[in-house]
Design a protein around this ligand. Structure first.
Ligand code: FNR
Length: 377
C-alpha cells in the first residue's frame, strides 16, 4: 500500500481525486495526464460544454427498478461507460493497466487497452478473462506490425478494434514540452512492440540487447500521418472484429465512415490533447448522431466526469461513453482500489441521475430530457 493509499477514505469529487493524484505522483507524470495541447482551450471547453446543457427531468414515473445496461451490436454491456484507452499507465502506478483492468473486471466495466500500454495486450487480457475488452490501435506506418498487433488482439480475446484517428502527429503539448517529459520516448509504451515477433524481426538486435535502437525504431513507426479513408479496407480484410474510429468530430467524416463500412464511431477530441482550438467534443456529438441515424453505435468521450454528464451525452444520441482522466487519477491515488472507487461512484451517480431524470433505463433517454442553458449564451 502506497503512503497515499493510507489516507482513506477516498474522495468523491473529481477535483478531489485530481488533487489526491497530484500529491501521489511526480510532477512530470501528473502534468502528462492533466495537461492538454497548446493553450488548453479545447481541454477546458470539453468540461464547460456540459455546463451549457441542463437536464429536464420528469417526475412520478416509478423508478423503483432501474437498469443501466446498454447493448452494442446486440451485445449487452453492464454499464453505459467503458474505460477509455489510456497509454502508459505505469507512469502513475507500478501496476498500471493491470490494476485498472482488475478494477474494471470487478465492476463489469468494459476496458479498452491502448497500443502504448505499459503491459502487453496479452497480460492485460489475462487479467480481464471473460470481462469485455477492446483493443485500441495506433495504426503503425509498418503494415506488418499493424497486422500483427490486430491478430494478437484477436487471439487474446479482444472483441473490437478501436482505431484512433486524431493522432496523425502528436499534439503540441506545451506543458509537457516545458517539463521535457515524454513517456513514449522513455519507452513506457513499448511493451506491445518489444514483444511483437514481427516488430522484433525488423530490428538488427533485440530490444533486450539494444533498447535505444529498438525505441528509435518504435518512434519512427508508431504514428502514420499518411493514413487515409482508403486504408481502412485493408484492416477489414485482416479481422472480422467490429472496427470503431475514435476521434471523429466532423459530420462529413461520419458520412465517410459510414461509406467505409466501419462498425462504430467515437466522438472525441482526445481530451483536448491533440488539436488545441478544436471544438468541444460534446458540441460535435449531435451533428454526428444526426448523420449516423442509429445505423452504427456512436460513443463519446472528452470531459465526462460525473453521472449527469453520462446522461446528457446519451440523451444527445451517444450509445455509451468512455471515461478517461477520472480513472487515471483513481489509479494514481490508490491503485486498483482507487480505480474501483472511482468506477463504483460513477455507477452510483449514473443510477441516481437516471432515476431523478425520471427514467428507468438508458434506452429511454432522448433529447427531450436536455435543454440548452441560457445562462452561458
Ligand atoms: C489518453 N488518450 C488516449 N487515447 C488513445 O486512443 N490511445 C491512448 O493511448 C491514449 N492515451 C492517453 C493518455 C492520457 C494520459 C490521457 C489523459 C488520454 C485519450 C483518451 O482515450 C480519451 O480520449 C480522453 O482521456 C478523454 O478526455 P478526458 O475525459 O479524459 O478529459
Amino acid at each position: 500500500m502506497s503512503p497515499v493509499e493510507k489516507h482513506l477514505p477516498f474522495p468523491y469529487s473529481y477535483a478531489d481525486w485530481k488533487q489526491r493524484a497530484k500529491q501521489a505522483i511526480d510532477r512530470e507524470a501528473f502534468t502528462y495526464v492533466a495537461s492538454g495541447a497548446g493553450s488548453e482551450q479545447t481541454m477546458k471547453a470539453n468540461e464547460e460544454a456540459f455546463n451549457r446543457w441542463r437536464l429536464l427531468p420528469q417526475v412520478l414515473t416509478d423508478v423503483t427498478h432501474r437498469d443501466m445496461s446498454v447493448s452494442l451490436w446486440g451485445q449487452a454491456m453492464a454499464t453505459p461507460f467503458l474505460l477509455a484507452p489510456i497509454g502508459m499507465q505505469g507512469i502513475v502506478h507500478p501496476d498500471g493497466e493491470l490494476a485498472s483492468a482488475r478494477a474494471a473486471k470487478a465492476l463489469g466495466v468494459p476496458f479498452i487497452a491502448s497500443t502504448v500500454s505499459t503491459f502487453t495486450l496479452e497480460q492485460i487480457a489475462s487479467e480481464l478473462g471473460a470481462s469485455p475488452h477492446w483493443f485500441q490501435l495506433y495504426w503503425s506506418n509498418d503494415m506488418d506490425v499493424t497486422k500483427s498487433l490486430v491478430q494478437r488482439a484477436e487471439a487474446a480475446g479482444y472483441s473490437a478494434i478501436v482505431i484512433t484517428v486524431d493522432t496523425a502527429l502528436l499534439g503540441w503539448r506545451e506543458r509537457d514540452l516545458s517539463t521535457g517529459y515524454s513517456p513514449l520516448k522513455l519507452g513506457m509504451g513499448s511493451a506491445n512492440f518489444f514483444h511483437d515477433p514481427v516488430f522484433r524481426e525488423k530490428l538488427t538486435k533485440p530490444p533486450e540487447v539494444d533498447r535505444k535502437a529498438a525505441l528509435e525504431h518504435l518512434l519512427n513507426i508508431v504514428f502514420h500521418p499518411g493514413l487515409t479513408w482508403g486504408d481502412l479496407a485493408s484492416l477489414r480484410e485482416i479481422t472480422p472484429l467490429p472496427i470503431l474510429l475514435k476521434g471523429v468530430l466532423h459530420p462529413d467524416d461520419a458520412s465517410l465512415a459510414l461509406d467505409c463500412g466501419v462498425d462504430g464511431l467515437i466522438v472525441s477530441n482526445h481530451g483536448g490533447r491533440q488539436l488545441d482550438g478544436a471544438v468541444a467534443a460534446l458540441d460535435a456529438l449531435q451533428p454526428v448522431c444526426d448523420i449516423v441515424q442509429n445505423r452504427i453505435p456512436v460513443l463519446f468521450d472528452s470531459g465526462v466526469r460525473r453521472g449527469p454528464d453520462v446522461i446528457k451525452a446519451i440523451a444527445m444520441g451517444a450509445d455509451a461513453v468512455l471515461l478517461g482522466r477520472p480513472y487515471i487519477y483513481g489509479l494514481a491515488a490508490g491503485g486498483e482500489a482507487g480505480v474501483r472507487h472511482v468506477l463504483q461512484h460513477l455507477i452510483s451517480d449514473i443510477d441516481v441521475s437516471l432515476a431523478l431524470t425520471g427514467k428507468r433505463t438508458i434506452r429511454e433517454l432522448n433529447r427531450s430530457v436536455i435543454v440548452k442553458s441560457n445562462a452561458h449564451d
